[in-house]
Design a protein around this ligand. Structure first.
Ligand SMILES: Nc1nc2c(ncn2[C@@H]2O[C@@H]3COP(=O)(O)O[C@H]4[C@@H](O)[C@H](n5cnc6c(=O)[nH]c(N)nc65)O[C@@H]4COP(=O)(O)O[C@H]3[C@H]2O)c(=O)[nH]1
Length: 746
C-alpha cells in the first residue's frame, strides 16, 4: 500500500472517528474535545480550511485530470467533512452550553436585579413613608403624650411592625418607661417602668446607643426570651433616640414573621435620627409652653392679687376700718343717689345724724379698746334696725349717719328713730363692764330741708344739737328756726373773742364758809361776761361755747392770773389770807403746758401756792385717769389744793378716787337743792359727806340756800358750804366786805 493510500485510509478512519464522536456527543455524551478546540471561531476556521482545501483538491483533480491520487482527495474530503460535522456539532454543542450558562447567569442576574429593585423600591417607599411619618411627628409636636403616640404609630407603619414600642428614660436615670406602645399585646407593656439593666433589647439600646437589627430573636442573650415568646415575636429591631450625646429613649419594633433586614434597620436609623430632633424640639417647645403657662399663671395670679388689692383699697377708701360701715365718702355718694331717686319718684329721703351721748366718758374711763368695741356694737345694732337698702355710715368718733330712702312721710322716720333709741337702750356688756348708751338724733328731710348734701347734713347736725339740748336720748326733726340758734352761737363766739381782747370779762367771787362757825374760809372765782351797755352773760351760756371753740384756754389763763393777783392784792391790803378756788375746764386741764402755765402765773403774781385751790369736775378727772393722777400730783407737789367739783354727777370709781391727790370734794348743788325733801338727794349728799370723811377729805356743799340745808349738812358732818344763803358771787369791792368782816371778827 502506497503512502498516499495509507494517508487517505488514515484520513478516512480519523474522519469517521471524529464524526462518530461528534454524533455520540451530540446525543448527550459530554465532549472530550480539548479545551483549545472549543473555541468556536477557531473550530469553524479550521473546518473551513480543511473543507476548502479538500474542495480545491477535488476540483483540482477534476480539472487537471488527476494531479493527486483519488484516495488522498477522498480521504481529505472525508476528513474535512468529518471535521465539518464535528465542528458543526461541537459549535452547536458549545453554543447551547454557553447559552444555557449565560441564561443561568442572566437568570441569577435578573433575580439579583429584581431583589435589588425590590429593595430599592422598598427603600424608596420606606423613605417616602419616613417623610410622611416625620411630617406627622412635627405636626403632632404639641405635647409629650401626643408626640410619643404619633411616633409609635409612625414606627409601626414604617417598618410594618406587629408591635411597636417607645421606651423613654425616666428622670432617675435608672429606669425607662414604655411611654407608647401599639400593636400586639401592647397593653401588657404600656406605661410599664423597667430598670435599664433588666430591660432586654430596650435596655440594651440605652446602654449602647446603636441601632440593632435581630432577624432572629431566638437564642440572643440581649433579648428577654420569655417575653418574646409571650408576645409571640420572632424578629426585632431597635434604634436609639438621642438628645445631644445622651440616649434618652428608643424605637423598638417586633414582628412575628418576616425577619427585619438591613433596609428596615436603615429606615429605622433614619427615622430615629429625625425623631430625636423632633423630640428635642417638642421638649423645647413643651418646656417653653410650660414656662409660658407658668408665667401666664403667675401673671394671672398677680393680676388677681392686684384686683383683690384694688377692691380692698376701694373698700377701705369707702368704709370705716373699725366698724366696716360706709364712711363719709360712700355715705355722701349714697345720699346723692337717694336724692336723685327721690326726685324722680316723688318720695322723700331722711338723713339721721346720731351722736352718742357721753361716749367720751366711756372711752376715757375704760380705754379706747373698749370704746372701739362699744362703737362696733352700736354699728351692729344700727344695722340690725334698718332695711338692707338703708345706709348706716360712721362719720368718725361717735357720730353715725343713717340715710333712709323712699319714704312716704316723716311718720316713718319717727318710728325708725324710736326703734334706734330702743335698740341702743339695751345695756352693752364688755369685759364685765355694763354700759348704758343713749344717743341724740337730728333728722333732716329731702327735699324739704335742703336740696344739696351739704344743706341736709348741716340741717341734721343742727337738729342733733337741739336733741342734745333737749336732754339727750331723743330725736329732733330739723326746723328752720334751729338755724337761727346756730347762727346766734356763731355770733356769740365772735363777740366772745372781741370780749377777751376788749377786757369785757370780769371775775366775781363767791365766799365759802365754815358752816358751823360761819367763818369765811375762801372764795370761788366765777367768770362773768359784761358787754358794755348790755345785760351780763352767764358763764353757763358761754363757757361750753368757749370750751368747744378752744377759747377757754386763753380765758382760763386770764381767770387764773386775775384770781391769783386779786388774792395777793387782798393779802397785801392786810386782809386775813384766804384760799382762792379757780375752775379749770377739761380742755384747759388737758393742755400739755397747763402745769407750766400755773407755775408761771404763781411766779408772776407772787401768790403763795398754798392759797390757791384748783377745781376740776368729776367727769374731767375721770377722763384719762392716769394722766389726771400725774397732773394732780405735780400740782399737789407745789402745795396747791385740789378739789373735785360737781361731785356725784359723774361716774367716779372709788378705786381711782383714792389715788387722786385731792383735798376736797364739792357736792353738786343739784343734790343740795332738795336735800330736805328728796330722800334720794339726802342719801346721796350724806354718802358723799361720809365718803369724804372716810377719805379724810374736806367736803363743801354747793348751792346752800336755806338754814334747813345747813342743818342737814351739819348733822351729816359737812363742815363747809357755799351758797346764796351766805353770799352770792360778787364783784371785787363787794367781796372785800366779807374779807373786812372776817378780818374784824379776827
Ligand atoms: N342756784 C344757785 N346757784 C348758786 C348758788 N351758789 C352758787 N351758785 C352758782 O353755782 C355755780 C358754782 O359754780 P360751778 O359749780 O363751778 O359752776 C360754774 C362753773 O362750772 C362755770 N364757771 C364759772 N366760772 C368759770 C371759770 O372761770 N372757769 C371755768 N372753767 N368755768 C367757770 O360756770 C358754772 C356756772 O357758774 P355760775 O353761773 O357763776 O354759777 C355758779 C354760782 O353762781 C346757790 O345757792 N343757788
Amino acid at each position: 500500500m502506497s503512502v498516499s493510500t495509507l494517508l487517505s485510509v488514515t484520513q478516512i478512519l480519523a474522519g469517521a472517528a471524529i464524526m462518530l464522536y461528534s454524533i455520540v456527543r451530540s446525543l448527550g455524551i459530554r465532549s472530550a474535545v480539548p479545551g483549545t478546540l472549543r473555541g468556536k471561531w477557531l473550530t469553524i476556521i479550521l473546518l473551513m480550511v480543511f473543507f476548502f482545501f479538500g474542495y480545491l483538491l477535488f476540483v483540482g483533480n477534476l480539472v487537471t485530470g488527476g494531479l493527486l491520487p483519488l484516495e488522498l482527495v477522498t480521504g481529505t474530503i472525508f476528513m474535512g467533512g468529518a471535521f465539518f460535522v464535528y465542528g458543526v456539532i461541537h459549535i452547536s454543542d458549545i453554543s447551547i452550553h454557553e447559552i444555557r450558562k449565560k441564561s443561568t447567569a442572566l437568570e441569577v442576574e435578573i433575580a439579583e436585579r429584581n431583589v435589588r429593585d425590590e429593595q430599592r423600591l422598598r427603600h424608596q417607599a420606606g423613605l417616602e413613608q419616613l417623610d410622611r411619618c416625620t411630617r406627622r411627628l412635627i405636626a403632632a409636636a404639641a405635647d409629650s403624650p401626643t408626640f410619643l403616640e404619633t411616633l409609635c404609630s409612625g414606627l409601626r407603619e414604617l417598618v410594618d411592625a406587629d408591635l411597636a414600642l417607645v421606651p423613654i428614660g425616666d428622670h432617675d436615670g435608672e429606669t425607662f418607661t414604655y411611654q407608647a406602645a401599639l400593636g400586639l399585646h401592647a397593653e401588657k407593656v404600656r406605661r410599664q417602668s423597667i430598670p435599664i439593666h433588666e430591660g432586654g433589647l430596650c435596655g440594651w439600646v440605652f446602654q449602647n446607643g446603636e441601632t440593632l437589627c435581630l432577624p432572629d430573636l431566638q437564642g440572643d442573650c440581649r433579648v428577654k426570651q420569655e417575653l418574646a415568646q409571650e408576645l409571640g415575636v420572632t424578629t426585632g429591631l431597635i434604634a436609639p433616640l438621642f438628645q445631644g450625646d445622651q440616649v434618652i429613649g428608643g424605637l423598638s419594633a417586633f414582628r412575628r414573621q418576616r425577619p427585619f433586614d438591613a433596609t428596615d434597620a436603615e429606615l429605622l436609623t433614619l427615622f430615629s435620627q429625625r425623631a430625636s430632633i423632633a423630640y428635642g424640639n417638642m421638649k423645647l417647645l413643651e418646656s417653653l409652653e410650660q414656662r409660658v403657662a407658668e408665667r401666664t399663671a403667675e401673671l394671672e395670679e398677680k393680676n388677681l392679687q392686684l384686683q383683690r388689692n384694688q377692691s380692698r383699697l376701694d373698700h377701705l377708701a369707702h368704709h370705716d376700718p373699725l366698724t366696716d360701715l360706709p364712711n363719709r365718702l360712700l355715705c355722701q355718694d349714697r345720699l346723692e343717689h337717694a336724692m336723685a331717686k327721690a326726685r324722680r319718684s316723688g318720695h322723700s329721703v331722711a338723713l339721721l345724724f346720731l351722736d352718742l351721748d357721753r361716749f367720751k366718758k366711756i372711752n376715757d374711763s375704760l380705754g379706747h379698746a373698749i370704746g372701739d368695741r362699744v362703737l362696733c356694737e352700736v354699728a351692729r345694732r344700727l344695722r340690725g334696725s334698718l332695711r338692707e337698702s338703708d345706709t348706716v355710715a360712721r362719720m368718725g368718733g361717735d357720730e353715725f349717719v343713717i340715710v333712709l330712702e323712699m319714704l312716704r312721710d316723716g311718720q316713718d322716720v319717727s318710728g325708725i328713730a324710736r326703734k334706734i333709741l330702743d335698740q341702743l337702750a339695751a345695756p352693752v356688756v364688755i369685759e364685765n363692764h355694763e354700759m348704758y348708751l343713749t344717743t341724740s338724733i337730728g333728722i333732716s328731710l329731702h327735699p324739704e330741708d335742703g336740696a344739696t348734701i351739704d344743706d341736709l347734713m348741716k340741717a341734721a347736725d343742727v337738729a342733733m344739737y337741739r336733741a342734745k339740748d333737749a336732754g339727750r336720748n331723743t330725736f329732733q326733726f330739723y326746723r328752720p328756726e334751729m338755724n337761727a340758734r346756730t347762727h346766734e352761737l356763731l355770733l356769740l363766739e365772735g363777740r366772745l373773742r372781741r370780749a377777751i381782747d376788749e377786757g369785757h370779762l370780769v371775775l366775781h367771787y363767791q365766799p365759802q364758809f365754815d358752816l358751823g362757825s360761819r367763818r369765811l374760809v375762801g372764795f370761788e372765782a366765777l367768770l362773768r361776761w359784761q358787754p358794755p351797755g348790755e345785760p351780763m352773760i352767764s358763764p353757763a351760756d358761754f363757757i361750753p361755747l368757749a370750751e368747744d371753740s378752744g377759747l377757754i384756754v386763753p380765758i382760763g389763763e386770764w381767770v387764773l392770773r386775775t384770781a391769783c393777783a386779786q388774792n395777793l392784792a387782798w393779802q397785801r391790803q392786810g386782809f386775813s389770807p384766804v384760799r382762792m378756788a379757780v375752775n379749770i375746764s377739761p380742755r384747759q386741764f388737758r393742755q400739755s403746758s397747763f402745769i407750766e402755765t400755773v407755775d408761771q402765773v404763781l411766779r408772776q403774781s407772787g401768790l403763795d401756792s398754798g392759797w390757791l385751790e384748783l377745781e376740776i369736775t368729776e367727769s374731767c378727772a375721770m377722763e384719762n385717769v392716769e394722766a389726771t393722777i400725774e397732773s394732780l400730783a405735780h400740782l399737789k407737789k407745789r402745795g396747791i389744793h385740789l378739789a373735785i367739783d360737781d361731785f356725784g354727777t359723774g361716774f367716779s370709781s372709788l378705786n381711782y378716787l383714792k389715788r387722786f391727790p385731792i383735798s376736797k370734794l364739792k357736792i353738786d348743788r343739784s343734790f343740795v337743792r332738795d336735800i330736805n325733801h328728796d330722800p334720794n338727794d339726802a342719801a346721796i349728799a350724806a354718802s358723799v359727806i361720809a365718803l369724804g370723811r372716810s377719805m379724810n377729805l374736806e367736803v363743801v356743799a354747793e348751792g346752800v340756800e336755806t338754814e334747813d340745808q345747813v342743818a342737814f349738812l351739819c348733822s351729816e358732818g359737812c363742815r363747809l358750804g357755799q351758797g346764796f344763803l351766805m353770799g352770792r358771787p360778787l364783784p371785787v369791792d363787794q367781796a372785800e366786805k366779807y374779807l373786812q368782816a372776817a378780818s374784824s371778827a379776827g
